[in-house]
Write a protein that binds this ligand. Structure first.
Ligand code: PGA
Ligand code: ZN
Length: 439
């Protein structure tokens, strides 16, 4: 089935910022759509998101150059190509760009086209994207990690760490993970309101953390879990995105908690992470060290790698070469997967495969600037990825993904199983962790 036309236009993401939508047409008249998200705490090694940089238009954020690339060079190169040959299409896009980080055409231009091709191809076959992409790997419904409080770059650095999330590790179905999270999210809102701390929500829908210290925010989340009637460490675990690259000073080699006026060298920060993991039922830590601090990662992984899921986001940026290096150095045990960090669907799937083959966990993730597109729900199910991270339990650009997994589950029935925390080899739920839950 041939691609006959590719067009693109500017739309807006969940933060009201310009992004790119691609419309790809096939010879049978079927259209596919690709919508591109954007980060705020972007890693320095990510593929380049091309913005016009013209201060007189959208504060420099418009994406007209990327749109021109889609409708010009890219459309010319892909017209007449077979939409079912995703790997070839993506290779063509990579070769056409010709740079290491997709900086010539823009990773946003390239990803929009790559996603639109998958969408069109799946529609042609009358399949859901997850069915179309599945290569025979057993499909699973992911265990969500859902944000209760959002800090860091998503909340004007009200606290230093970025995401305080819950994982319903005791749930026996996907639907039950949502019920548990729903109850915790709303119990936490009540709790904050009762203390006059309900001041707003952060970029991904979690509560604005009006706390004096990072740890005080963790305590509020623990109270929220208990107020909802759950035992932390039994039904529910915590997962934290520390996003440490955001407050690491590479010159001094220190991590700075600005909201507390405290700084730590790599060894002291590792100790702090270990201390939190002893005091709280933490199942997963993302970016507990900066992307340039390999020594810090190594220290944390030696200390916690046997019992905590340690997820590299800025460290790996969904880049096969960086993930390979990390696997050889054994500095983590899980990889955050974000399509726009690398720029094509094929490279993203390769990153997932590599991660899984090493016995590590792929964690499929949204960005803080999201769209109404729910493709990542399909990606998680298609690849049997154990964990899905989308932000909080509010706002439609988040809920559309959680809801899409419900739809997929209804349509796939027994073809997709839910294994929950059993897919996290390092996680030991149960009373033992519960006892550790409080100091
Ligand atoms: P970002 O945040 O999309 O702003 O990079 C998400 C994350 O760090 O996981
Ligand atoms: Zn992150």
């Amino acid at each position: 089935m041939q691609i006959t036309d590719i067009s693109a236009f500017q739309v807006f993401d969940s933060r009201g910022r310009p992004t790119i939508e691609v419309d790809l047409t096939l010879s049978n008249g079927i259209h596919g759509r690709g919508l591109v998200p954007a980060g705020a705490s972007t890693g320095q090694f990510e593929a380049l998101e091309l913005r016009d940089g013209d201060a007189s238009r959208y504060r420099g954020r418009s994406v007209y150059k990327a749109i021109d690339h889609v409708q010009g060079e890219i459309a010319r190169a892909l017209r007449g190509c077979d939409v079912f040959m995703q790997r070839e299409l993506d290779s063509k896009l990579i070769a056409l760009d010709g740079t290491e980080n997709k900086s010539r055409l823009g990773a946003n231009a390239i990803l929009g086209v790559s996603l639109a091709a998958v969408d069109a191809a799946a529609r042609c076959r009358n399949q859901m994207p997850c069915e179309y992409l599945n290569d025979g790997t057993p499909m699973t419904l992911p265990l969500p990690e859902i944000q209760i409080m959002g800090g860091g770059a998503h909340a004007n650095h009200a606290i230093d760490i970025q995401d305080i999330m819950v994982m319903a590790v005791g749930a026996s179905s996907y639907e039950q993970t949502l019920e548990i999270t729903h109850n915790i999210y709303h119990a936490t809102a009540e709790l904050l309101a009762s203390r006059n701390l309900l001041t707003g929500i952060a970029d991904e829908g979690g509560f604005w953390p009006s706390a004096r210290t990072n740890q005080a925010a963790l305590d509020i989340c623990m109270e929220g879990i208990e107020r909802a009637g759950y035992t932390p460490g039994v039904e529910v675990a915590l997962s934290l995105d520390i996003a440490a690259s955001d407050f690491y000073d590479p010159g001094k080699g220190v991590y700075e908690f600005r909201c507390e006026g405290r700084s730590f060298d790599a060894a002291a920060f590792c100790e702090l992470m270990a201390d939190w993991c002893a005091r709280y039922p933490i199942a997963a830590l993302e970016d507990p060290a900066a992307d340039t601090d390999t020594k810090g990662w190594d220290m944390i992984c030696s200390e916690l790698g046997a019992r905590v899921t340690l997820i590299g986001d800025d460290l790996f940026v969904t880049n096969v070469a960086r993930i390979k290096k990390g696997i050889n150095e054994k500095i983590a045990n899980a990889v955050l997967i974000k399509l726009n960090q690398i720029g094509t669907v094929t490279e993203t799937i390769d990153a997932i495969e590599l991660t899984r083959k090493a016995g590590w966990l792929p964690v499929i993730s949204a960005r803080s600037g999201e769209t109404e597109d729910a493709f990542i729900a399909h990606l998680a199910v298609a690849t049997g990825s154990p964990i899905l991270k989308v932000g909080s339990f509010a706002r439609s650009e988040r809920m559309v993904k959680w809801n899409e997994v419900l739809r997929i589950s209804r349509r796939l029935g027994a073809k997709a199983s839910f294994r929950g925390a059993a897919m996290m080899p390092w996680h030991t739920a149960g009373p033992q962790r519960a006892r550790q839950a409080r100091p």
